[in-house]
Design a binder for this molecule. Structure first.
Ligand code: MG
Length: 382
C-alpha cells in the first residue's frame, strides 16, 4: 500500500484522482489533501478518505475548515501548508493537481525529498522546466505526467527516448474549431466554457478555446521529454481518441488511444509501471467511425505561435507567457477584457520582457512571474 497526497483534491483532476483511488481498492492510503477554497467538498472528501493532514488557501479558511473536519485531522494553510505536505516523510507519492505557478515551490520540495511525482499541473514545468527537470535528474525522481497528451507520449516512448524523432501533439481543437474568426469577439462566455470533449476547470477551458493550452503543452513536452520544439507538431484531432503520437527514427509511429477520460492517465501515473484494471470505458472503434487530423489554423489561434516563440527563446520567456496568460484569462473571466484581447495582451507583455538571464533560478522565475502579472494587469485596465 502506497501513501499518497493529492494537492488540489477539489478540482476536476483531484476529484477524478480520488475516484481512481477508491476504484483501486487497497492500493493507496490517502495521507494528505489540499484545496484552495472549496472547504465543504474538502471536508466531505476527508470524511471518506481520512487524511492525516489537509491544507487550505489561508488562515481564515483553515479556521472554518477545522470546524468541518474530524478533530484529529491536522489543518495547515497557504504556501507553507503545501510545503509541509511535500516534505512529510510518511508520503510516497504526490499528485500535483493544483493549476498555476503556486505548484512550483512545493513541486521542487517534493522532488528534493525524493517523492514519486504524478504531475497534472503544467505551469510549473512551463515556467521552470529546466529547474524541475535537472533537480529530478539529480535526485533520481521520475515525473509521471497526468496531462493526457504527455501521458500518451510517455506511454508511446516507453523508454526509447533516444530513438524519438518527432512528437505529434493532438488536440480536439476546442470549442472554436469551426467558428469563424470574425465571430470570436461576439461569443458569450458560456459558449467558450462549453468544451466539446473534455470537462475541465474554467482556466484550462478558456486556454483550450484560444489553443494556448496546446501552446503550453508544446513547452511542457519540450522539457519533459527533452526534445526541440521544432520536433513537436500540433495536430487538430476533433474525435479526441488519439491522445498523441510519437514518431521514431525509422519513421514508425506509435500512438496511444482511449476515450477522453482523465481517469486513464491518472490511473497510469499511479500504477506505473504496471497496468491495472479498466476504470474508463473501452473505445468503440466502429462507433467512432473515422479518426481525422488537420493542421491548426495559425491565423485563428495566435496563442500557438506565441507559445512556440517563447519555447524557442527559452530562459524566462515561457514563465512570462504562462503568468501573462493566467492573468489575462482571469481578467477575461471577470469581464475586464474581451476574448480576442487575450493573445494581444500576452504578445505585448512578451515584447516588453527582456529575456536576458542566462541560467535561470527559482527567484528569476518568481520575479518574471510577478513582473508579467503586473504588466498584464496594467494592459487589462488601460
Ligand atoms: Mg492536455
Amino acid at each position: 500500500m502506497k501513501n499518497i497526497a493529492i494537492l488540489g483534491s477539489t478540482g476536476s483532476i483531484g476529484v477524478n484522482t480520488l475516484d481512481v483511488i477508491s476504484r483501486l481498492k487497497g492500493r493507496f492510503r490517502v495521507v494528505a489533501l489540499s484545496a484552495d477554497s472549496s472547504i465543504e467538498l474538502l471536508a466531505r472528501q476527508a470524511r471518506v478518505f481520512h487524511p492525516k493532514v489537509v491544507s487550505v488557501g489561508n488562515e481564515e479558511l483553515a479556521n472554518k475548515a477545522k470546524k468541518l473536519l474530524p478533530s484529529r485531522t491536522r489543518v495547515v494553510y497557504g504556501p507553507s501548508g503545501l510545503r509541509f505536505i511535500a516534505a512529510r516523510p510518511d508520503i510516497d507519492i504526490i499528485v500535483f493537481a493544483i493549476s498555476g505557478t503556486t505548484c512550483l515551490i512545493p513541486l521542487l520540495d517534493a522532488i528534493d525529498n525524493r517523492k514519486e511525482i504524478a504531475l497534472a499541473n503544467k505551469e510549473a514545468l512551463v515556467s521552470a522546466g529546466p529547474l524541475v527537470m535537472s533537480l529530478a535528474a539529480k535526485r533520481g525522481v521520475r515525473i509521471l505526467p497526468i496531462d493526457s497528451e504527455h501521458s500518451a507520449i510517455f506511454q508511446c516512448i516507453n523508454g526509447k527516448s533516444e530513438a524519438v524523432s518527432r512528437i505529434y501533439l493532438t488536440g480536439s481543437g476546442g470549442p472554436l474549431l469551426d467558428v469563424k474568426r470574425e465571430k470570436f469577439g461576439s461569443l458569450p462566455l458560456s459558449y467558450i466554457l462549453k468544451h466539446p470533449r473534455w470537462k475541465m476547470g474554467k482556466k484550462i477551458t478558456v486556454d483550450s478555446a484560444t489553443m494556448m493550452n496546446k501552446g503550453l503543452e508544446i513547452i511542457e513536452a519540450k522539457y519533459l521529454f527533452n526534445i526541440k520544439e521544432s520536433s513537436i507538431e500540433v495536430l487538430v484531432h476533433p474525435e479526441a481518441i488519439v491522445h498523441s503520437m510519437v514518431e521514431f527514427t525509422d519513421s514508425a509511429v506509435i500512438a496511444q488511444l482511449g476515450v477522453p477520460d482523465m481517469r486513464l492517465p491518472i490511473e497510469y501515473a499511479l500504477t506505473f509501471p504496471e497496468r491495472s484494471k479498466a476504470i474508463v470505458k473501452r473505445v468503440d472503434f466502429s462507433g467512432v467511425g473515422a479518426l481525422t487530423f488537420r493542421k491548426p489554423d495559425a491565423g485563428k489561434f495566435p496563442c500557438l505561435a506565441l507559445a512556440r516563440d517563447a519555447a524557442a527563446s527559452g530562459r524566462l520567456a515561457p514563465a512570462v507567457l504562462c503568468a501573462s496568460d493566467e492573468e489575462a484569462v482571469k481578467n477575461y473571466l471577470n469581464g475586464n477584457i474581451t476574448f480576442t484581447d487575450i493573445p494581444k495582451i500576452i504578445e505585448k507583455v512578451l515584447e516588453r520582457h527582456k529575456n536576458t538571464v542566462r541560467s535561470i533560478s527559482v527567484k528569476h522565475v518568481m520575479d518574471a512571474d510577478s513582473w508579467a502579472r503586473e504588466e498584464t494587469e496594467r494592459l487589462c485596465y488601460r
